[in-house]
Design a protein around this ligand. Sequence first.
Ligand code: DP6
Length: 328
Amino acid sequence: MNNIGIVRAHTNIALIKYWGKRNNKLFLPMNSSLSLTLDAFYTDTKVTLSDTYDKDSFYLDNVKQDANETEKITNFLNLFREAANIKTKAKIESYNHVPTAAGLASSASAFAALAGAMNIAAGLNLDKQTLSTFARRGSGSATRSIYGGLVEWTMGYNDVSDSSFAIPVDNADWNIGMLVIAINKQQKKLSSRIGMQQTVDTSPFYPAWVKCAKNDLTAIKKAIADKDFIAMGEITEANGMKMHGTMLGAVPPISYWEPDSVKAIQKVKDIRDMGIPCYVTMDAGPNVKVLCRQTYIEKIRDLLLTEFKPEQLISSRVGSGIIELSEA
Ligand code: DP6
């Protein structure tokens, strides 16, 4: 058994959002979602399994993590240990490659990289689809980071864990890029996990969200198949806004926006009015992501420089799926 695995996974940004679980233990979502994997933000993770360890240990950017953080990792690794029928403890070394101003430390790349590395270290050799169902159990959005380009996470059915996995939809090599406008690098006040649960439990708009997300997914897949960037952008922007609208209906209301988020959205609309196609989406934080043509990305960046500092504007190309790395 090869007891070391090293894997890189990129983060992804949902164009059709996941916001709510129908099964909290299995991380089964209320709706299918679709994302774009980004090249600029990624996590590298090394898993070493050894009989000499008496417990799991977890280092993030060379800092040993406390028992609480390590326990989350242990629970996740146990899924793999059960599948491989082993009890061996692990040392996890993770490095986040996220420009510091972005505040985009992502559970998606973290759990996708950890799943990929543990798959190798434990000698499981799971195929990517199965691996995505494991990544899902760490964080829902990690399901999609197993693949590159445009990726669907299908919701599956009932409480059947194996039925909810990632599907590569398109490699997105048709002039697509994303620009992140980093508004605030502070840790978010309300985690997406708690925010989505509160929305499911209390927002009267939630049933409408699920219905819209389903229709938006069908529409965006058609736009992608047609390589219709404008339709794709319009659906992306509308879907993100609907997710945030649903949250505003929660009790108490949830908003991740800051004044500069609104400023960024307005500026992107102004740029669009100049004839440059670009569309916004936002997640569980104040940062604004701009879906655009890769060839326009530097032009858009220049236009945004009137309002934002250079270090707040991070351009990204389309990213690949998980990659096995060798020891440096
Ligand atoms: C707004 O995947 O972070 O980014 O499954 O509880 O770990 P857990 O949540 P997480 O939620 C992501 C929410 C989102 C939308 C998305 O990525 O689809």
